[in-house]
Design a protein around this ligand. Structure first.
Ligand code: 1HE
Length: 268
């Protein structure tokens, strides 16, 4: 059932596969600050639809240049002069891409620098882990531009920062950076050096987990958030039934039993 991903088929994304199954997916329109045009969204749909069946064990999602992503391609949107139905369909393609990311079962670590704004924040919030550096800043400028979020921010950014902060970000164009951004939940890691290097380290660590465990972590948790507590508990039991009896886990359990397996210590 394995399928191939051919980096040569992609234009707006630069793809790089590493031996340990980590793939680096880079938004590659730095002269446009990696703004998301429709072609980029289609490439995200293609890559993240294939990744779970192509042996991809973890992804680092990065942006070329000084900014991670400037959000919706405002020039394309202006030039296309879209109808409401046209733009609804654009948004549905964004959701297709971002849902493939969040629910696909492959860990995605976003390496963030510079602007992570508008749709760029919607993209970043579809990753499972966000790493920021000292240049990273987050904002939702839609309100100021006469727009509204259409790529899932009302759900995912609200999940990260809470409803009150989300509304404040949209109304006031409030910009979060530094320790404050980390504290409100926009990133799980903040580094002084390169967010990319830290994201690679984290992706490599995640790629050492068994793929079925990662599939459950990076799919089931999100699905369960959409369920009632009763249904989520039931689904959790079913997923654990499958994951926790996987044959590949036996060696790891045996290593714990014979005391060769790593112990969990306070300092990691
Ligand atoms: C763009 C875009 C874009 C830059 N669409 N082309 N997003 C925004 O409101 C963010 C808009 N962008 C900016 O505020 C700034 O560009 C940045 C802070 C990201 C970067 O500033 P800077 O000084 O480095 O670059 P620049 O000079 O503003 O732009 C460089 C080029 O990138 C320029 O193109 P050029 O051909 O004139 O050189 C810009 O036009 C281009 N560029 N950002 C198109 N966003 C599903 S709904 C989602 C709703 C949204 O995402 S709203 C968008 C929010």
């Amino acid at each position: 059932m394995s399928i191939q991903i051919n980096p040569a088929d992609f234009t707006n994304l630069a793809l790089e596969a590493h031996d340990d199954g980590v793939w680096v997916v880079t938004l590659n329109r730095p002269t446009k600050r990696n703004a998301l045009d429709i072609d980029t969204i289609e490439e995200l749909v293609t890559f993240f639809s294939a990744a779970p069946r192509a042996g991809v064990r973890a992804v680092v999602l990065a942006g070329a240049g000084e900014h991670f992503c400037a959000g919706l391609d405002l020039i394309e949107h202006h030039d296309e002069d879209r109808s409401p139905a046209d733009f609804m369909h654009v948004c549905l393609r964004w959701h297709e891409a971002f849902n493939k990311m969040e629910y696909g079962g492959v860990p995605i670590i976003a390496a963030l620098q510079g602007a992570v704004v508008g749709g760029g924040l919607e993209l970043a919030s579809s990753a499972h882990v966000r790493v920021m550096d000292e240049t990273t800043y987050f904002a939702l400028p839609e309100g100021h531009r006469g727009l509204f979020t259409g790529g899932g921010a009302t759900i995912r950014v609200t999940d990260l920062v809470g409803k009150a902060r989300m509304i404040d970000m949209m109304l006031m164009g409030r910009v979060y950076s530094g320790a404050e951004a980390e504290e409100v939940g926009l990133a799980q890691y903040r580094v002084e050096g390169s967010s990319f290097d830290k994201a690679m380290e984290l992706a490599r660590r995640a790629a050492e987990n068994l793929p079925l465990s990662n599939f459950a972590i990076c799919s089931a948790v999100s699905h369960m958030q959409n369920m009632s507590a009763m249904d989520a508990a039931y689904a959790e039991a079913v997923v654990a039934g499958v994951v926790n009896t996987q044959p590949d886990a036996r060696a790891r359990l045996a290593a714990f039993a014979d005391k060769s397996g790593a112990r969990i210590r306070k300092d990691g």
